[in-house]
Design a protein around this ligand. Structure first.
Ligand SMILES: [Zn+2]
Length: 450
């Protein structure tokens, strides 16, 4: 009975955990939305601090804190979770709505048209129970401006959950229904708790395996497409991709990890790795982490990372690398290369080769430029087990040591002395990219995960 009453009054998102979900009956009507106009593109997130909010019953109007939800003049408690948590929530809601031309503001727009979500208090404050949020049911046929919605922040303190609730309730005010897509904020399904509008058609409904016709008569709903068509797309740039490892010109071995960052407020629909123009790995979900193929011919190759965001806009970055051949166990290296650590490294006859002069690590294929007090700086690589180096090099410095040109004046003397003079300085310890699991993943500017 209570569920029926809730459904008649509005669309609620249940408090978590909760098993009972209100599933009312609604009259299907067609949506005829006037694109992009006639209504505000602003959502005011009202934290009701410091003294709480007064909401008066009546026709929905955010400008005068009037709502069709409460049955009497009601007071909502203020946001209870602190400044940092509020900022985090605002950031999450902004990110969720980032694909669309919708502004999320935290200062009251006053008499200017705006949608509004009150974020505070308990459901009991508005004569509800067991709900995380509530929104009025907006009749089909167009957008009604200035509709207030509610998220009861006393019920839960998790940013992802509150963010989901804010997105769902505010989008109900635009006319969106519940869908059976667990990544979309218009769903009741969990996990995950972190939701973003999905550019994908989903059946309407509240419970898995119980799809129903959408409120306004459609067979399915694409929340993302609806918001894009209604408000227009935001003006965000395409994703910015930067490959952080390997660096340009680096020597790599097959299977080496490829590390990169993706700068975007939007979720990615695809991130892919290509070698010499051919895609070798493609992922549709985070974590986005890649390794080079395990089989690659020695020599130069181009490595490219491409990221495609929810809108289909794409960014990419590429580096040219040199894949090293294997040596040892009877296999020797060709001319111009020397065997170290089981791979054939270019020698000082090649730019960035082992023993070539350098000023910065990125000049070296190994990513390691070692400076000495007296003998300048050269591209080096860690000595092999037992402090061994190829012919023409000696292992210098403390610990594992670095292979240093034996013929260099003073270099021989320094080699193997354990760095008694303290003259060996590895400028930057970017070690030769070795095989193994990729350690770095894509990140967004706003949050750690896409
Ligand atoms: Zn809902």
């Amino acid at each position: 009975m209570l569920a029926g009453l809730l459904a008649a009054l509005g669309l609620t998102i249940p408090a978590l955990p909760a098993s009972a979900v209100p599933a009312g009956t609604y009259v299907p009507r067609r949506v005829h939305v006037a694109p992009h106009g006639g209504f505000s593109h602003v959502i005011y997130m009202n934290d009701c601090r410091p003294g709480g909010c007064i909401v008066v019953p009546g026709d929905d109007d955010s400008r005068s804190n009037r709502s069709s939800i409460p049955q009497m003049t009601s007071q909502l408690d203020a946001w209870p979770h602190g400044d940092a948590e509020w900022d985090e929530l605002v950031r999450c809601v902004r990110e969720t709505y980032a694909p669309f031309d919708i502004q999320i503001v935290t200062d009251d727009p006053g008499q200017a048209s705006h949608f509004e979500v009150f974020v505070g208090g308990d459901p009991e404050d508005l004569q509800f129970s067991d709900a995380l949020g509530v929104a009025p049911f907006i009749p089909c046929g167009g957008i009604q401006d200035n509709v207030p919605t509610f998220v009861f922040a006393n019920v839960d303190n998790r940013t992802d959950v509150l963010c989901w609730a804010v997105a769902q309730e505010t989008a109900h005010a635009f006319g969106l229904d519940h869908v059976l897509l667990r990544d979309d904020p218009m769903t009741y399904l969990t996990p995950p708790y972190r939701k973003r509008f999905q550019n994908q058609a989903g059946s309407c409904g509240e419970t898995m395996n119980e799809p129903r016709e959408c409120f306004c008569g459609d067979a399915s709903q694409n929340s993302y497409a609806f918001l894009s068509a209604t408000f227009g797309a935001s003006n965000l740039p395409a994703p910015g991709v930067v490959i952080t490892s390997p660096h340009a010109g680096a020597w790599v071995v097959p299977g080496a990890p490829v590390s990169f960052t993706v700068d975007s407020l939007l979720a990615m629909q695809e991130v892919a790795l290509a070698v010499d123009g051919a895609t070798t790995s493609s992922l549709g979900q985070p974590p986005f982490a890649f390794n080079l193929p395990l089989v690659m011919t020695p020599g130069p190759h181009q490595v490219r990372v491409r990221a495609v965001d929810q809108r289909g806009l794409e960014g990419q970055a590429e580096v040219n690398v040199v894949v090293l051949g294997a040596c040892g166990g009877g296999t020797t290296c060709g001319s111009g290369t020397v065997c170290l650590g089981g791979v054939c490294l270019p020698d000082a006859s090649q730019p960035g080769g082992l023993g070539a002069t350098c000023e910065t690590p990125v000049e070296c294929g190994s990513g390691q430029c070692t400076a000495t007090a007296e003998n300048g700086a050269a591209c080096t690589a860690p000595c092999d087990d037992g402090r061994r180096c190829p012919g023409g090099f000696t292992c210098a410095g403390d610990g594992v040591g670095v292979c240093w040109p034996a013929g260099e004046s003073g270099g021989c003397g320094a080699g193997g002395t354990g760095g008694g003079g303290g003259g060996w300085i590895v400028i930057l310890g970017l070690t030769l990219a070795a095989g193994g699991r990729a350690r770095t993943r894509a990140r967004t500017r706003a949050r750690a995960e896409l």
